[in-house]
Design a protein around this ligand. Structure first.
Ligand SMILES: [Zn+2]
Length: 448
C-alpha cells in the first residue's frame, strides 16, 4: 500500500482501533522512508488560490464533517509559509497582505515583489521563472488553472509584466514598457504562448482573441500565434481526445471557469442554514480540474521522455468565490482541488520519483464563528456534513464591498522524495529554492 493511501485510510482504521492518527507509529515511518528515498524527477505543485486554514476547515466541515478527512488532510509532511509582499521600488519595506501576483512570483522566481507584479522584482525587472528554467533544462512543463490563464498564478510562471492587468494586447495601459507596440515582449497571453509550456489549460479565451500589435504576428490574434506551436481544445470531450504527444492549449471559457456549486452569499441579515446546490449554469462541456490534471500528466509524461517535468495546478475559484462571500462556490472548488490532488498523488504513487506539493498563496476572508454571534460583517449559514449549522463570517470589508485577502501564513504539504523539506516555517520564496535544489540534485545524480 502506498504511503498516502496508508496515511489516509490509516486514519479511519487507527481511529476505530482507538489509537488515533498519531498513535500509529507505522504511519510516520512509511512517509519518512519515502521522503528520504532520493531526489524527485518530477514536481507537481498544487495551489489553492486563497485556501487559508479557515477556508480549508469550512470545506472539510461541509464536505466530510468535523472529524472527516479530505485527501488534502492525508499529507504527513506539512509546514507553514509566510506570504507577505514588498513595496514597489523598495524590497526592504514589507506589505503584510499579498495578492496572488506577488505570491506566485515569489515561488516562481525566488524573489519578493510588490502586489500586482508578474515575474518581475520590486524594481520591475524580469526574473527567470521555474517554467522558463525547467524548459532550459529540457524538462516538460505544464500550467493548469480554473481561472483565466492570464490570471496571476499561472501568469507568473511564464510571463513578465509590471502589472497583472496586462493580460492581453488590449489591456497594456498599466504596462507600457512591456507593450509589443513599444518594443516590449507583449502581454501575458503573448508571453505565455512564447514561453511555450507543453500544457496550458484554463479559462480566459477573451485575451487570446485580441490582436497582436507588433512583431511577427502583428495584425493576427494571440490564438493565431499559439496555433504555430499548440493544438487548441475548448471542451471537455476535446480535452479527453487530445493527442498526448503535442503541446496542448485548452481554453474552456471566455473568462474564469464556472463555479460548480451555488448557495447563499454572505449578507448582514442572514437566512436559515442552507445547503449548496449544483450551479444550474455550469457548462456541461467544462472539464473538471481533476480531468485537466490527468490530461496534463499524460502529456507531460510523454513529452518529458524521462527528463522530468514541472506541473503547476491551480484551483483559482476558492479566491474569487471568497472575494464574493460565496461559501458554496468556495467549497465546491476545494472539493475540485481535493479531487485533482488525489489524481496527482495516485500518479506519483504509480510512477515514483515525483514530489507532490500542495500550498496556497494567501489567506482569505472567511472565518468560522459561533452561530449565536452578531457580526458587524456579513455572514452566511450552511448546514454542514454533521447536520449542524456552521456560521461563516465575512468581515474583511464593509458589507456589500468586495471582500479582501488576509495576511495569515498558509499551509504547505508535501508527499514523495524530499517531502520532509517543507517541515517548519518557510517563506513562499523557499518553494523556488526547494524545487531548483531537487533539479540540481537530479542533475548531479545523473552524472551532470
Ligand atoms: Zn484574490
Amino acid at each position: 500500500m502506498n504511503t498516502h493511501t496508508a496515511a489516509h485510510d490509516g486514519h479511519r482504521t487507527t481511529q476505530a482501533a482507538g489509537i488515533g492518527s498519531w498513535g500509529d507509529p507505522a504511519r510516520a515511518e512509511e512517509a519518512l522512508a519515502l521522503s528520504a528515498g532520493g531526489t524527485p524527477r518530477n514536481v507537481i505543485l498544487f495551489v489553492g488560490d486563497g485556501l487559508g486554514e479557515d477556508e480549508l476547515t469550512i470545506a472539510r466541515n461541509y464536505l466530510r464533517g468535523a472529524d472527516g478527512r479530505l485527501v488534502l488532510d492525508g499529507f504527513l509532511f506539512t509546514g507553514t509559509v509566510t506570504n507577505y509582499s514588498v513595496v514597489p521600488g523598495d524590497p526592504t519595506r514589507h506589505n503584510y497582505v499579498t495578492d496572488s501576483a506577488a505570491a506566485a512570483t515569489a515561488w516562481a522566481t525566488g524573489v519578493k515583489t510588490y502586489n500586482g507584479a508578474i515575474g518581475v522584482d520590486a524594481f520591475g525587472d524580469p526574473v527567470p521563472t521555474l517554467v522558463e528554467l525547467a524548459r532550459e533544462r529540457g524538462m516538460a512543463t505544464g500550467i493548469v488553472t480554473t481561472e483565466e490563464l492570464c490570471d496571476p498564478t499561472p501568469a507568473a510562471m511564464g510571463a513578465h509584466v509590471a502589472d497583472r492587468s496586462g493580460r492581453g494586447p488590449d489591456t497594456m495601459q498599466r504596462c507600457p514598457a512591456q507593450a509589443a507596440e513599444n518594443g516590449g515582449p507583449g502581454s501575458i497571453a503573448e508571453q505565455l504562448v512564447r514561453t511555450r509550456p507543453d500544457v496550458l489549460l484554463g479559462g480566459g479565451a477573451q485575451y487570446f482573441r485580441q490582436t497582436v500589435r507588433a512583431g511577427e504576428f502583428r495584425g493576427r490574434t494571440v490564438l493565431d500565434q499559439a496555433a504555430a506551436s499548440y493544438r487548441l481544445v475548448t471542451t471537455a470531450a476535446q480535452l479527453a481526445a487530445a493527442d498526448a504527444d503535442a503541446p496542448l492549449l485548452g481554453l474552456f471559457g471566455e473568462g474564469a471557469l464556472a463555479r460548480a456549486w451555488v448557495g447563499p452569499t454572505a449578507r448582514v441579515d442572514r437566512g436559515p442554514a442552507a445547503v449548496c446546490r449544483v450551479n444550474p449554469d455550469l457548462p456541461a462541456d467544462q472539464p473538471t480540474l481533476a480531468r485537466m490534471t490527468a490530461k496534463a500528466l499524460e502529456i507531460l509524461e510523454r513529452r518529458a521522455a524521462g527528463r522530468g517535468f514541472l506541473l503547476q495546478v491551480e484551483a483559482g475559484l476558492i479566491d474569487t468565490a471568497s472575494h464574493d462571500g460565496d461559501p458554496c462556490g468556495m467549497i465546491s472548488e476545494v472539493a475540485a482541488f481535493d479531487e485533482a490532488v488525489s489524481v496527482g498523488l495516485r500518479w506519483a504513487d504509480r510512477h515514483g520519483d515525483t514530489l507532490v506539493l500542495v500550498t496556497a498563496d494567501h489567506g482569505h476572508s472567511a472565518q468560522i464563528v459561533p452561530t449565536d454571534v452578531e457580526s458587524p460583517g456579513a455572514t452566511a449559514m450552511l448546514l454542514a456534513h454533521d447536520g449542524e449549522p456552521m456560521l461563516i463570517n465575512y468581515a474583511t470589508n464593509l458589507p456589500g464591498e468586495i471582500l479582501v485577502h488576509t495576511g495569515a501564513q498558509v499551509r504547505i504539504a508535501a508527499h514523495g522524495p524530499s517531502a520532509a523539506s517543507v517541515l517548519g516555517l518557510g517563506d513562499q520564496t523557499d518553494l523556488f529554492h526547494l524545487i531548483t535544489r531537487t533539479w540540481q540534485e537530479a542533475h548531479d545524480r545523473d552524472g551532470g
